[in-house]
Ligand binder design. Structure first.
Ligand code: C2E
Ligand code: CA
Ligand code: CA
Ligand code: CA
Length: 277
């Protein structure tokens, strides 16, 4: 009989192999999916909190496998980032967004759609050049495409700064995503040329049910204001959270309280209905 410690070690090794094989198969499956363009976008309405008007949406990628099962983006986006598949995937996302939303954006010049960029997209500056090219001839104004850049994985801050500055010169509005989740946040915030700060859902979750508020969330809102950034709160699920954010004059928000991410046609109907009230 093996001693217990050895059994544990064997199990750990077997588990590790199982995990890395699973990851390997996800990798190759993802490569095929990117080649075959097996993705669609969902659009989560973004609401102006003091009026309730829908001002646009965040585009969120969806992958449905051939067998009909869905893979969550927080599972496959990191794999795409590690394997260089993020470049073609981001290009595909841009094509889908411009295709789905062209009519709406031409029809309503005040509407915008936010596209998520990975750190690699930001640092290389390539995604922005690709986007500028794709926008030509569509009739969509660059002002109508917002960019959400995560701080996760940004290694070369100088490169990120150059590329985000170019994005703003081109007319895009640039938001820092998942702010506060990473670790050298404040330093990034001060160095990056930004328009907006997205407050991560984890901070919204910490807003209490009564008037009890999260000091960290409050601090993030203050910080954004000091830096002249407007704020977008994500993951609003309760009216207590909404009331608090309104009382702190947070400009925009999204979350299940308003709507889940929707397929393009459903979002267009939602937007039409809540464009003005
Ligand atoms: P994120 O950018 O922080 O996006 C917000 C996530 O919160 C989305 O998850 C959205 O569906 C979810 N969410 C919004 N409101 C609520 C709410 O009230 N309650 C709850 N429980 N969840 C809410 P999703 O769509 O699964 O995306 C996960 C992450 O994957 C995104 O986080 C983003 O980092 C990444 N991602 C999604 N689409 C893209 C894309 O096209 N490109 C890139 N590079 N990353 C993407
Ligand atoms: Ca985002
Ligand atoms: Ca976010
Ligand atoms: Ca988030």
């Amino acid at each position: 009989l093996l001693p217990l410690g050895a059994v544990g070690a064997l199990l750990a090794v077997a588990g590790g192999i199982w995990l890395s094989r699973r990851r390997l198969s996800l990798r190759s499956e993802l490569a095929t999916a990117v080649r075959r363009r097996e993705f669609r976008m969902h659009y989560q309405p973004i609401i102006e909190l003091d009026t309730g008007i829908c001002v646009g949406a965040e585009a969120l990628v969806r992958w449905t496998r051939a067998d009909g099962t869905q893979v969550r983006p927080d599972l496959f986006i990191p794999v795409a980032e590690e394997t260089g598949l993020i470049e073609p995937l981001t290009d595909h996302v841009m094509d889908l967004v411009l295709g789905d939303m062209r009519e709406l954006l031409i029809h309503d010049r005040s509407a915008h759609i936010a596209i998520n960029l990975s750190a690699g997209d930001v640092s290389s500056g390539r995604a922005l050049k690709v986007l500028t090219g794709k926008l030509i001839g569509t009739g969509i104004h660059p002002q109508q495409i917002w960019l959400e850049a995560t701080e996760r994985g940004i290694l070369d801050i100088q490169a990120a700064r150059t590329s985000l500055a170019a994005a703003r010169r081109a007319g895009h509005c640039v938001a820092i995503d998942d702010f506060g989740v990473g670790y050298s946040s404040l330093q990034y915030l001060q160095q990056l040329p930004l328009d907006a700060l997205k407050i991560d859902k984890s901070f919204i979750d910490s807003i209490g049910t009564h008037s009890a508020t999260s000091p960290v969330t409050s601090h993030i809102i203050d910080m954004a204001r000091t830096l002249g950034l407007f704020t977008v709160a994500e993951g609003i699920e309760t009216s207590a959270q909404l009331a608090y954010l309104q009382s702190r004059q947070v400009e925009f928000g999204q979350g299940w309280l308003f709507s889940r991410p929707l397929p393009a046609a459903e979002f267009i109907a939602y937007h039409e209905h809540r464009r003005s009230q």
